[in-house]
Design a protein around this ligand. Structure first.
Ligand code: MF3
Ligand code: CO
Length: 247
């Protein structure tokens, strides 16, 4: 069931969302070739703890880290380890912070040094998919208009959208109703009410959309080995538009 939040609840969510936003910027300023994905995770853990928050991902269904750090053909849920980032890699960093009894959630894809024109385009289009997806979004919009718009924009640019992972509602739980797919039919789904807080998170692939999960039970890689990118923000549906809490 979709339960819109009160202004009091939204006020409490600002803090974990601010921490997510600032942590992503902090990582973006430091991530570089030669770092391991575990070192990226350490930055995230320390930043979130220093803000008096908890990294929501750590221990979530047994997830062993504070961030998902997904390199190249890994689309989401990359478990930080000793993998060394190299010039030309694209790396998505997805993290959640818990404070005030609420979660915030966001992701960015970073380019390590000079990346190929195709990967530059993939990273740019993934971000643009988010903004295209929420264009015109306000109270009363059918949920899957977002999905439709993300899919249209990705496919128009020659990319595909991941089917097996979606955006989601967020609040006292990291994942609440509704699911927010990145594919769908315009004019369908429940009409979003003011105060509803959701995470819109395009996961976009350079090749086909098929994904397989590695034996670790988490790491989601593109079946064709092509690159994928991820961009996510937490936002509130308002009467006249949206308020993005992690930007
Ligand atoms: N932050 C992710 C999302 O967008 C979830 C991460 S799964 C976890 O929904 F296990 F790492 F927590
Ligand atoms: Co999310």
């Amino acid at each position: 069931m979709i339960r819109p939040k009160t202004e009091e609840e939204i006020a409490l969510m600002r803090e974990p969302c601010r921490i997510v936003k600032e942590c992503l910027a902090f990582v973006g300023e430091r991530i570089c070739a030669g770092m391991t994905t575990k070192e990226v995770d350490d930055l995230v853990y320390r930043f979130i703890k220093a803000e008096g928050a908890e990294p929501s991902c750590l221990g979530y269904y047994g997830y062993p880290a504070s961030a998902c750090v997904s390199v190249n053909e890994v689309v989401v849920h990359g478990i930080p380890d000793g993998r060394v980032l190299e010039e030309g890699d694209i790396v998505s960093v997805d993290l959640c912070a818990y404070k005030n009894g609420f979660h915030g959630d966001g992701a960015r894809t970073f380019c390590i040094g000079q990346v190929s024109p195709q990967n530059q385009k993939l990273v740019r289009v993934t971000e643009e998919c988010f903004f295209h997806g929420i264009d015109g979004l306000k109270a009363g919009t059918p949920l899957y208009d977002i999905s439709y718009r993300v899919q249209q924009y990705a496919e128009k640019n020659g990319f595909s959208v991941i089917r097996s992972y979606t955006g989601h509602g967020i609040g006292r739980e990291m994942h609440e109703d509704p699911g927010v797919p990145n594919f769908g039919r315009r004019g369908t789904g429940p009409r979003l009410e003011a105060g509803t807080v959701i995470c819109v998170e395009p996961m976009i692939a350079a090749g086909g959309w098929r994904v397989k999960v590695k034996d670790d039970g988490w790491t989601a890689v593109m079946a064709d080995g092509k690159c994928a990118a991820h961009y996510e923000n937490t936002l509130v549906i308002r009467e006249d538009g949206v308020e993005i809490l992690t930007l």
